[in-house]
Design a binder for this molecule. Structure first.
Ligand SMILES: NC(=O)C1=CN([C@@H]2O[C@H](COP(=O)(O)OP(=O)(O)OC[C@H]3O[C@@H](n4cnc5c(N)ncnc54)[C@H](O)[C@@H]3O)[C@@H](O)[C@H]2O)C=CC1
Ligand SMILES: O=C(O)CCC(=O)C(=O)O
Length: 480
């Protein structure tokens, strides 16, 4: 089946007349054809978003919320199809794929509920007769550029706050996972969202993404993806006076202290590193274990990694699905080869041998030890199911290792000692800290984002989203 762009409330063919096949990373099955659009299509979408903005901005918060609630209900009614399509195109496992589809519904519901929350502040004036307050104004048409690894959650956690605060949207979804965003567009369309309020242009990042970043009528860019592309977009967007928000890479550490519950700590490491085939910016990629339990932890981790069931993500019994594409899998295998020269391979490191997995982009869950701090596998984001294991003599050494990275997205600690947990919360140079839980995972009502090279701009989601999607207006009102 052929899918179309969504521009000015209509399904439109791309001006190029060209389409790209959407393929399953599990077996290469054809899932549909999506537009390979040109700059002209993006320009049409930006013009529609500009035209729709004044009327959308003038609606009350509750009128806008009603559209979000309707879209949430429509997605919910179709959740089986939405979740399964996501799983088919991205390759994440059944539980994670259905979980993410349901998360998209929750995010829409959460931001619809923001319509009933206080907005701005009342602040006492130096003058008894002056009333001072702050209000919030939307930015205008905003551009959203999203990755393939959370094909519905990330687009929705950018679109929902953009819309509730009165902005209009042009979104450029990842080329590898277009169908998940198609489902969101369909829900908005069926919810009767006014024409031009949301527009979606499918196509290549270097063409459509680039045009979106340069377009003079787009007032802000929110991007999630690689550091390389993010930095380039950031420079271009700032040059053209746009507000920017970038969520990029991670090299997230998990510290396991000697007092931790060993079984639970191993599960936390396995889940954080191997779920979604390690393709999360919040994935655990470094596990730093205190001396006293290092060997016991390592042996149990390797046993668990070897026992994980790999295969068809639609089969609920599988724990690991394929990488999203051949290029992604090849990149991970390349880093594993680098790792074999730098460190000791404990398990995995290969394409699984099973006959039925040969048509998909599978890679075994992999664990290395004896990893030098300056090894590439200790420093670079791999975005695959690979753990670098480190031994630390105590907490101080562990936290020093954890912070020895250019990234600062997420970090976790396993301990039963409350004092050590609090020390870690203070010491970890990251935006997200977990105690006795995986480095990955977010809830929509909380801020999401990192420090150092992981993020730029204000946080996404929760009460923080308003910072990016609005400007503050300060009002001085004197007596009439
Ligand atoms: N931090 C994160 O959440 C993510 C990190 N990555 C990392 O990035 C690597 C490559 O994955 P990609 O999907 O290729 O990420 P990417 O950064 O190339 O793509 C992210 C989005 O940006 C768009 N884009 C690409 N070039 C652009 C340009 N010049 N101007 C404007 N938009 C552009 C893409 O089409 C996509 O929608 C992965 O192996 C992983 O290491 C990828 C996805 C998400
Ligand atoms: O951990 C999560 O649920 C979200 C992670 C994320 O946003 C990402 O990998 O891009």
């Amino acid at each position: 089946m052929r899918y179309l762009n969504y521009i000015n409330g209509q399904w439109k063919e791309p001006s190029t007349g060209e389409y790209r096949e959407n393929l399953s990373p599990h077996n290469g099955a054809k899932l549909g054809e999506f537009p390979s659009s040109a700059a002209a299509d993006l320009q049409e979408a930006a013009a529609a978003a500009k035209q729709a903005f004044p009327a959308w901005k003038k609606l009350s918060f509750q009128q806008r919320a009603a559209y979000l609630q309707k879209a949430a209900a429509i997605l919910k009614a179709n959740i089986q199809e939405v979740g399964q399509d996501l799983i088919k195109e991205e390759g994440k496992t059944f539980t994670e794929g259905m979980g993410e589809a349901n998360r998209a519904v929750s995010i829409l519901e959460y931001f619809a509920a923001e319509a009933r929350q206080p907005l701005g502040q009342v602040i006492p004036s130096a003058n008894a007769e002056t009333f001072l307050y702050t209000s919030r104004t939307p930015l205008g048409p905003v551009g959203l550029i999203t990755p393939w690894n959370f094909p519905i959650a990330i687009p929705v956690w950018k679109m929902a706050p953009a819309l509730i605060y009165g902005n209009t949207v042009v979104i450029k979804p990842a080329d590898l996972t277009p169908k998940s965003v198609y489902h969101v567009m369909k829900a908005f369309d069926e919810a009767g969202l006014p024409a031009g309020v949301v527009n979606c242009v499918f196509g290549r990042g270097s063409v459509i993404g680039n045009e979106l970043v340069k377009h003079p009528d787009i007032k802000a860019i929110s991007f999630t993806g690689s550091n390389q592309v993010g930095r380039q977009i950031q420079m271009q967007a700032i040059e053209s006076g746009k507000k920017v928000q970038m969520e990029m890479g991670g090299k997230n550490p998990l510290i396991v202290l000697a007092d931790a519950d060993l079984e639970r700590a191993v599960e936390i490491a396995v889940g954080g590193a191997f779920k979604s085939t390690g393709q999360k910016c919040t994935a655990t990629s470094r596990v730093i274990v205190e001396e006293g339990i290092y060997e016991a932890f390592r042996d149990r981790l390797v046993e668990r990694a070897k026992g994980l069931k790999i295969g068809d993500p639609l089969d609920e019994t599988n724990y690991i699905g394929p990488a999203v594409s051949k290029a992604q899998r090849d990149g991970v295998l390349e880093m594993i080869e680098v790792g074999k020269a730098e460190a000791t391979l404990l398990c995995g490191g290969e394409i699984p041998a099973e006959e039925e997995l040969q048509n998909g982009f599978y890679v075994q869950p992999t664990v290395f030890e004896n990893v030098p701090q300056d090894a590439r596998i200790a420093r670079e984001e791999i975005f695959g199911p690979v753990i670098a294991l480190f031994k630390a003599k105590d907490y101080n050494e562990a936290v020093k290792m954890a912070n020895d990275t250019e990234y600062g997205l997420s970090a976790a600690i396993c301990t039963n000692n409350l004092t050590m947990a609090h020390r870690f919360i203070e010491d970890a140079e990251v935006g997200l800290v977990h105690v006795n839980s995986e480095t990955a995972g977010t809830e929509p009502q909380l801020p999401f984002g990192g420090n150092k090279n992981s993020s730029t701009g204000s946080r996404e989601q929760g009460k923080s989203a308003i910072e990016f999607y609005t400007e503050v207006k300060t009002v001085y009102m004197d007596r009439m």
